[in-house]
Design a protein around this ligand. Sequence first.
Ligand SMILES: [Zn+2]
Length: 409
Amino acid sequence: MFIWIATAFTSVSAQSPVFHAVQIGDTWVALGKRYGVDPEQLQTASGYINRQREPAIGSTVIVPQTGTFTGRLLRSADGGLWQTAVLNNTTPWQIVTENGLNSPYHPLFYQPLFIQTGIAFPRDLPIGFKEIELSAVPARSGEGIAFRGETAVPMKVTAKLAMRGEQSHSEMDVTGNGRYQIGLTGTGAFYGRGEPELSIQTEINGRLSPLWSQPWQIEDGAWAYQELTYTGAAGTITQAQINEEMGRMALLWEPNSGIEWTDSFHLPIADYLEVSSSYGTRRSIGGGWYATYHEGIDYSAYRGTPVMASAAGTVVLAGRLSVRGNAVIIDHGAGVYTGMYHLSSLETAVGDTVQAGDIIGAVGTTGLSTGNHLHWDLIVNNMWVDGEAWLEQGMGCWLVEGLGQPCES
Ligand SMILES: [Zn+2]
């Protein structure tokens, strides 16, 4: 296969093609400037049919290589050169010279401008951003999905990830701290493969910049399978009770601008026997279809083992639910919540402010449960995601650092 591709390009170029793994900012224009190739040639070589769509982050583009060039790629936020120059640490005269512009007063709204300088490869980022990083390339279904970035000046940022199917909440929770911005949302474990469009819009001095967008490849996760049979009192829970509980919980997820946690997320339990079920595990109840998945992590433990808050936040639920039993839900800000269920006792109340490590209750087997265990889950933007990735030096810390703050774990 490789030999066939290499041969196909011998007539175009004496060099062998490069297989470029697409990162954020690697748009057709940016890759064209980087390799000195016409963007249309890149699209043809890579077999892209929809030429209006940028290459997906996490996918591979075939480059019939001719060279590599470093520099900066600039786009104008307001059609003029002055603000573009200021935001990119350059001068209007340098942009004019480098790009051979005849009239610097001609509106340059959508025209990408290239300055061949520096050591970095050109990237096509949302206007005003100096740097953006993504939480994972490609991302995986069931993950919290996030970007963090630094802008040239403080600005308002909004972002969307265009999900399909179960995801109607495509708006990302964006939090800013001066020139630092983080944005996050969640995919469910049923999301599967896809290339949702990440779009970011900046607002500088009250003026909206042109919308930036690039697809982001999401791969399917690897999940375990589990068959469950509930017996005794658990089997008597009705669909009406389940619906009532879902309705009650849906009211909790409110967008919240500030993040309340200041370091990494910690294990909610110090003494446990084993992880008896991980996030995403496909579940068949009583021999039926694998129609549901496990929304959190189960830690089997002795009854009465203390359960702690994973991170700082505000308690928004502390009470009895039909399925989840004695439950505590903590709002950590920025659309991030953690839930702890099946507790034998509660040691906190709605409205309490908690710190990481504060005891909020004890392990039990209340609600729909087959034995003493702690179910801990993490919700991002109204979607249950894999909390494992947030623990210790994971996502919690990555986001704190994304706001320009040190993360003490
Ligand atoms: Zn569970």
